[in-house]
Write a protein that binds this ligand. Structure first.
Ligand code: AMP
Length: 182
């Protein structure tokens, strides 16, 4: 199974991604988390990404596309994967399809957690990540609507969108995803 998870900051992507990955037995590639780790270990990618992540800006597409390519070429993900937080722009979504074509793989579903803006803000403020401060959260939410929401249409037109009401309890959300994946 090959899945991408889409949703604004605080939409509940991480929680559902972990459940799905453990039930489906597939590795979870959480782009934001990988970037944060690379920043801490001060790798070249970490140095490139740091100024963007700290401000809540998107890391440039060219950097992300290269990075995802490397990740998906790893033998450990040959049988399936879940990408959490990728793609975040239309360009990334299209490039992912090109990459998958090269790899003779197909994306099964793009799962979108639909949550109102106010809820995204409230939930993000309740976390304690360095980039979860009000100004940065607002910027990340703004970028989500500007850059990521347009991707939904791309996946809808290709019949790969699972639009989930992200305001339900985590248990209800998970149940709905499982029903709709079958
Ligand atoms: P997240 O943990 O998914 O909220 O991501 C944290 C930060 O990592 C984001 O605010 C961006 O700076 C960066 N990031 C994560 N995924 C992407 C992506 N697909 N494209 C660009 N930047 C990203």
């Amino acid at each position: 199974m090959r899945l991408v998870i889409l949703g604004g900051p605080g939409a509940g992507k991480g929680t559902q991604a972990k459940l799905l990955c453990s039930d489906l037995g597939i590795p979870c590639l959480d782009m934001g988390q990988i970037l944060r780790q690379r920043i801490i270990s001060d790798t070249e990618l970490g140095q490139q990404a740091k100024p963007y992540v700290e401000k809540g800006e998107l890391v440039p597409d060219e950097i992300m596309i290269q990075f995802v390519r490397q990740q998906l070429l790893e033998p450990a993900v040959a049988k399936g994967w879940l990408l959490d937080g990728y793609p975040r722009t239309s360009f990334q979504a299209e490039e992912l399809d090109f990459l998958l074509e090269d790899l003779e793989q197909q994306l099964n579903w793009a799962i979108y957690f639909n949550v109102p803006e106010m809820v995204l803000k409230k939930r993000s403020l309740a976390r304690s990540r360095a980039d979860d401060q009000l100004g940065i959260i607002e910027r990340r939410i703004e970028l989500f609507y500007q850059r990521t929401v347009p991707i939904l249409e791309y996946y809808e037109l290709t019949n790969r969108l699972l639009d989930i009401n992200g305001e339900q309890s985590p248990e209800q959300i998970y149940q709905e995803i499982c029903q709709r994946l079958n």
